[in-house]
Design a protein around this ligand. Sequence first.
Ligand SMILES: C[S@@+](CC[C@H](N)C(=O)[O-])C[C@H]1O[C@@H](n2cnc3c(N)ncnc32)[C@H](O)[C@@H]1O
Length: 272
Amino acid sequence: MGFIQHKKEAYWFYRVLSPLYDRWINPLFWTPAMRSAALELARLDDRGLRTLDVGAGTGFSSEGIVEHVEPAALTLLDQSPDQLGRARRKPDLAACRMVLGDAERLPFDADSFDRYVSCGSIEYWPEPQRAIAEAYRVLRPGGVALVVGPLPPGGRLARRLAEAWMLFPTEAQYREWFARAGFHSLETADVAAPWQRDGGARYGLAIAGRKPAAGLSPTPQTPPREDLREPLTPRRRLCLATRFVLGSLAGLAFVPIGVALNLRARRHRRRT
Ligand SMILES: C[S@@+](CC[C@H](N)C(=O)[O-])C[C@H]1O[C@@H](n2cnc3c(N)ncnc32)[C@H](O)[C@@H]1O
């Protein structure tokens, strides 16, 4: 497991990153064009759809969702008050409901949403299967879940850094988690980065599935292994600090890589 693929570590990661997120970090890796392409799989085809955005962060993907759905029908959920606080300040999200909570233990009744969307959050979930079973539980029969996340990078060094940082699942893993959770009619689409060239390593994946019947997911219902509110023992505090530092350093290495790749893509676009 990646060093930041834990709830407390991810919480601290975003305490530090949140002030920089919208302006300096997110635009390097997740653009409006990528968001629009990915959201197509969620079939947001009615403005009244009760939609849940999980790991909504500062609301970047939510801003894409409210282009299709009434803001009052959208709920944003995130475990980070720093991230959600920034979403609260965005005028186009003012009418949305915002809830602090855990993707692996959603504070909502079964069968209560028409759409579930989660972009760029799965990489922090200690038990992705559990979170996807939760997506299944809260959707009504016929509802659609969309998860967008990264794929393992191509180069050996990038892959090592990525694995030290957080979770980069394979397409087969995404598919298995969806199928096991009980979703039918699975659909996937590649999410291409602005710098991606033909034949280069794939960057991200959008996967969607439909809930066939009411009720809970057929996966075993166990309590989550991690709880953000659990008090820390001194040993666990040391472990958290070590993981936080190592994981953040591995993650930080992707920032200059992202800057360089974006600049190269921009130069290439100017020339053509
Ligand atoms: C990369 S940001 C993505 C934000 C947003 N979806 C977007 O498209 O910009 C990942 C978000 O997932 C949240 N997150 C991580 N683990 C979570 C969990 N277990 N439950 C809820 N949110 C979580 C983080 O706090 C962070 O805001």
